[in-house]
Design a protein around this ligand. Structure first.
Ligand SMILES: [Zn+2]
Length: 491
């Protein structure tokens, strides 16, 4: 991964020493501060806003043709439902510092381009780990935390924000809804549909042809839109005096292979501080035939464009590369922002029961020399989550197997380990982690969460479990970890 090689790392030895030191650290006076509060999750934070959004987003009357207007309104309302639904599903988070940082960039762009951006967009921070941002039209701008952790500089974030604002400016998504409404109510579409329905043979393939023609012109169209948004973004950056690095587009080319980034140490080393036996076969996939044998992990140089969600990055780079800033004045994203974004992401991956991805990200942080004990806490949660899933014969699901094309050899080994490690050592690791020294540095709610997780794992009877959940919610209702209780209480 490109973003890794561009960052300075401590040597492996220092990293290892720091890691071991972190797990068995002496009592520290510094207690972990709460990362965010339960009410910062979008279903709480945007609860009131959601209804006013629904009211204010009225579909404009554009078409005299009733059917077309009706279709347009349908798409319009789908979009509103999509955003308010995502708020209810707590896809977004309002974390003050991250929000303020991104908002600062948006404000700067807006002030320098009052004609292009006359109205401040609604900025939403999505907890997704996918490296992306998107605009939905109607002045909504959504930034994924995956992008915040991926970007190295403020200028890189500014480029993506300017690009998305440009989509809004150029009304790309509004026009898309209009085109769809027009096409699906057009005579041409109706005629081709009725001829398909009338035909006795090959209805399905004829139907596919109608849609294929449509999606083909769409994808050509969207490539053009990307170029348009890039060009306008560069203009916005220039008038804001924000430097532009076209190489970022090339970096974006690798976002779908984030977990191709190898670890700094063998998987085994990350478990060394538990001082427990580690069997090497856990990380090796037991071959069930020939299929697993021939896979070559050494070739990480390229991945087929067809696997990517951003196949046009190289093309986009070629178009704007001449407009890059010569006076390179890059501003690193503050480490506090990176660290917050990364922790919010990691918790969310755990809460979504994506245990391998969660743990891999923890290890990637340790590789950076990050000694924050919070990551040990998350490693504990993953071990607990694994025991819980195993007790319910649901381990495979919790491991969340990713395809080999997308992952490094180390990721593959960790995935194998979580899948194959026998129950007994798994519980030994979990129990050792319960007694580790880092707990003395954890916040009260995290320590209470350790007990809750343990009660959930034991789950001997429903009454005891619901009492444990109630105790936690009662004492730590404002804690971010309270989100976990929602899985059992259907909130
Ligand atoms: Zn775009």
């Amino acid at each position: 991964m490109l973003f890794v090689s561009s960052r300075p790392y401590r040597s492996i030895l220092t990293g290892l020493a720091l890691f071991a030191g972190a797990l068995f650290a002496n009592k520290s006076t510094a207690q972990q501060k709460e990362l965010y509060s339960y009410r910062d999750l979008s279903h709480k934070y945007y609860a009131a806003k959601k209804d006013s959004l629904k009211k204010n987003w009225t579909c404009p009357a554009v078409y005299k043709e009733k059917a077309t207007q009706k279709k347009y309104k349908e798409y319009w309302e789908d979009r509103t439902d999509y955003i308010t639904g995502a708020m209810e599903r707590r896809c977004f988070i309002y974390e003050k510092e991250v929000q303020a940082y991104i908002d600062g960039i948006v404000t700067e762009l807006m002030r320098a381009n009052p004609k292009l951006i006359p109205k401040k967009p609604l900025l939403l921070i999505d907890r997704s780990s996918a490296v992306n941002a998107y605009s939905t039209g109607s002045d909504v701008l959504i930034v994924n935390l995956g992008l915040v952790t991926f970007a190295n500089t403020r200028e890189e974030l500014a480029f993506v924000l300017a690009h998305e604002l440009s989509h809004n400016m150029l009304r790309h998504s509004d026009n898309f809804m209009k085109e769809r409404a027009e096409w699906f109510t057009s005579d041409e579409y109706k005629e081709s549909m009725s001829s398909v329905l009338d035909s006795k043979y090959g209805r399905y393939s004829r139907l596919m042809k109608i849609y294929e023609g449509y999606t083909f012109s769409r994808s050509r169209h969207s490539r053009y839109h990307e170029g348009e948004a890039d060009s306008l973004a560069v203009v916005m950056l220039k008038s804001s005096n924000i430097a532009f690095d076209p190489n970022f587009l090339l970096r974006l080319d690798s976002v779908d292979v984030q977990y191709k980034q190898p670890l700094k140490q063998p998987v085994k080393n990350y478990f060394a501080s538990y001082n427990l036996p580690f069997d090497d076969w856990w990380v090796q996939k037991k071959s069930k035939g020939l299929s697993t044998r021939a896979y070559n992990f050494k070739d990480t140089t390229g991945i087929e464009d067809s696997l990517k969600t951003h196949p046009d990055c190289k093309l986009r780079y070629a178009t704007v590369k001449k407009q890059g800033s010569m006076d390179k004045n890059w501003t690193s994203i503050p480490s506090a922002i990176h660290s917050k974004a990364s922790r919010i992401l990691i918790w969310n991956l755990f809460d979504d029961n994506m245990l391998t991805t969660c743990l891999y990200r923890v290890f990637m942080e340790k590789d950076k020399g990050n000694t924050d004990v919070w990551y040990n806490f998350m490693m504990h949660n993953v071990l607990g989550g694994l025991v819980y899933a195993d007790n319910r014969l649901n381990r495979f699901n919790a491991v969340g197997v990713l395809k080999k094309e997308y992952i490094s050899k180390d990721y593959y080994e960790l995935q194998n380990m979580l899948e194959q490690m026998p129950k007994e050592p798994m519980e030994q690791y979990y129990n050792a982690s319960r007694k580790a020294a880092f707990w003395s540095q954890m916040s009260e709610d995290a320590v209470a969460f350790k007990q809750l997780l343990h009660d959930v794992i034991k789950e001997t009877d429903d009454k005891e479990l619901s009492a444990a959940l109630k105790t936690f919610s009662g004492k730590h209702g404002s804690s971010m970890y309270n989100e976990f209780t929602d899985h059992f209480t259907n909130k």
